[in-house]
Design a protein around this ligand. Structure first.
Ligand code: ADP
Ligand code: ADP
Length: 235
């Protein structure tokens, strides 16, 4: 069975737009395999963020339905981790405490948090080391470069081992060097653990480098117009 399934999904942002037939996305029909790394690429305004809101249950489809792990989504998805274009670390928390955040608020970790704090910290430190942030645990976000903050954000998205990682242009604001370094780190993590990833990007090169399936969206109407499995040999 697919892990994520869109069944003829349409979304109009309000009734007026719907009455005018102006849907932000329409006829979205796709099935993502368990463990698939999917990239959604397309120009600005084509509906990528809208797609992401549907996949996370932050927006309900106007028509059609979205299923994750066999369940129809009817509210915000709890099994996911997310990272966005801006790092959005909490400024009053250290890097370590930022990364620990999902373990403090997402069940079943939350109820165990106090008792297992040392174990959770060790896990966070290990993950930070994997993205080159060893020694930064006690520093605050303002002491980190933008690229380092973004790495910490990705650790925060992964710390509770979500079944689904949602990435909305998380590399967009980084310099080319940091970006390619993070691509490699993410690809290694995915190859080890095979969680599902949905990456939204307007960078075709990024999508081909990272994903095993690329979905191309067109604007007006916001549709998926191409699905392509990437079988290039990769370094
Ligand atoms: P992308 O992420 O690819 O840039 P979006 O999903 O943000 O595209 O937008 C798709 C379309 O939906 C655009 O035409 C945009 O103007 C419209 N849109 C996005 N958010 C809203 C909203 N909250 N209300 C009305 N229209 C919206
Ligand atoms: P969020 O609550 O996640 O910020 P919004 O739906 O408010 O989501 O906005 C998502 C994107 O859609 C933003 O890029 C925003 O600029 C754009 N947007 C928001 N409202 C409108 C709108 N009425 N028309 C067109 N685009 C919009």
């Amino acid at each position: 069975a697919p892990f994520v399934e869109f069944q003829d999904v349409w979304l109009a942002y309000n009734e007026e737009l719907q009455a005018q037939g102006r849907y932000a996305v329409e006829t979205i029909d796709l099935r993502l395999r368990r463990g698939e790394f999917a990239a959604i690429v397309g120009p600005s305004g084509c509906g990528k963020s809208t797609f992401m809101k549907l996949a996370t249950g932050l927006r309900r489809a106007t028509r059609g339905r979205v299923l994750v792990d066999g369940q129809v989504l009817d509210g915000p998805l709890k099994i996911s981790g997310m990272a966005f274009q801006a790092p959005s670390l909490l400024p009053w928390r250290t890097t370590l405490d930022n990364v620990l955040l999902p373990l403090e608020i997402v069940e079943p970790y939350r109820s165990e948090f106090r008792r297992r704090r040392a174990e959770y910290e060790a896990r966070a430190i290990e993950l930070l080391a994997a993205v080159g942030l060893r020694g930064q645990e006690r520093n605050y976000p303002w002491q980190l470069s933008g690229g380092m903050q973004q790495r910490a954000s990705i650790c925060r998205a992964l710390i509770h081992e979500p079944k689904l990682l949602l990435l909305d242009e998380p590399f967009g604001a980084l310099d080319a060097f940091t970006r390619e370094e993070l691509w490699c780190i993410l690809r290694d993590l995915w190859q080890q653990r095979r969680f599902n990833v949905i990456l939204v990007t307007h960078d075709l090169r990024e999508s081909v480098f990272l994903a095993d399936t690329v979905y191309v969206m067109s604007a007006s109407p916001g549709r998926i117009v191409l699905r392509s499995e990437i079988e290039l040999p990769r370094p």
